[in-house]
Design a protein around this ligand. Structure first.
Ligand SMILES: [Zn+2]
Ligand SMILES: [Zn+2]
Length: 324
């Protein structure tokens, strides 16, 4: 499924099976979850960087062929591929261990053809062995919703009372990890979205309500997964002094101006950008211990456009996964 023009539907295209170059793996795609970032790419919220692109960066694939020089993987193994597809290893960020901020990073499904396909190739250095106790479809959302949720949780600090605004794929995983760490999770959804609130409670949230409601304790931290800038001042007003608001998405609508006194008291607003391979290894080791259970809805590859529309409309519960 190829994006040729942002704002237009993806197009089904027949291509030859790609060939793995040195350092690459050829993967037979078993499942690829659909992330809000795919929607931002498809809608053109993110600046197009390629003439055309196959989206999809939550890939579970079986190694079908191994390129020259690859030693960590062999044919038949199951691997995961996420958003981080390449880093330079030489810029100031890479040298500091912050490869998520690499000046020359390339991202799967944005710079590099991704997993909305039957086959794809990936740089083996950015492929990961996956825990066994997940089906292909259940493992797919771990590769971005899980990883970004995990990184956002680390940025939120160790406080016990955690708010999550926007209860989709990333939130439902982050909430389980936070609950496992003995935190109380407060889930904020679109006002009146009782289905999302029930879903939040079903994965262990202490409280679930609309973003126009306020649970009683002030939060130690809040993570915003919804792409809605108006939630930043709302979240700031629900965190205690010294608390942090973490923006977990790659794109957000404009943040309205707000009075300084809601930031005062050493409150912080920060974003989370991409992920490092270390985040991936930590999270993929942690997920089966929690154990994180992903809620997925599966669709055929040719249903990708319908899935993107459903995601745009907020009509999905958990994570949507394309299964070729
Ligand atoms: Zn770099
Ligand atoms: Zn993603």
């Amino acid at each position: 499924m190829v994006l040729k023009t942002p704002g237009q539907p993806l197009e089904l295209e027949e291509r030859d099976i790609p060939y793995p170059m040195a350092g690459q793996l050829l993967l037979k795609v078993k499942a690829c979850a659909v992330c809000r970032t795919d929607l931002h790419v498809a809608d053109g919220d993110l600046r197009p960087v390629c003439e055309q692109i196959v989206p999809g960066h939550e890939i579970v694939g079986e190694v079908a062929a191994v390129g020259g020089g690859v030693e960590d993987f062999e044919e038949g193994q199951r691997v995961g591929v996420g958003w981080l597809g390449f880093t330079c290893g030489e810029c100031e960020f890479c040298k500091r261990g912050e490869e998520n901020l690499c000046d020359f990073a390339k991202f799967t499904g944005y710079h590099i053809d991704g997993g909305f396909a039957e086959y794809t190739v990936a740089d083996a250095r950015y492929c990961f062995h996956l825990p066994d106790n997940y089906t292909d479809a259940a493992a797919a959302p771990l590769m971005c919703a899980g990883l970004i949720g995990y990184r956002a949780l680390k940025m939120a600090g160790r406080g016990r009372a955690l708010g999550i605004f926007g209860f989709g794929a990333a939130a439902h995983i982050a909430a389980q990890v936070a609950t496992h760490e003995a935190r109380n999770v407060y889930a904020f959804t679109r006002p009146g979205d009782t289905a999302a609130q029930a879903f939040a409670r079903s994965v262990g949230c202490t409280w679930a309500g609309g973003s126009d409601e306020k649970p009683s304790p002030l939060l130690d931290a809040a993570i915003i997964f919804a792409p809605a800038g108006e939630l930043v001042p709302v979240a700031l007003q629900s965190v205690r002094k010294g608390g942090v608001v973490v923006c977990g998405g790659i794109h957000m609508s404009n943040i309205p101006s707000f009075q300084y006194n809601i930031l005062w008291g050493e409150r912080m607003v920060r974003s989370v950008a991409n992920l490092t391979r270390r985040d991936a290894m930590e999270f993929l080791a942690l997920a089966p211990k929690v154990p994180v259970r992903t809620t997925v809805q599966t669709f055929g590859l040719d249903q990708a456009n319908g899935v993107l529309s459903a995601l745009r409309a907020g009509k999905l519960t958990g994570a949507a996964v394309l299964v070729p």
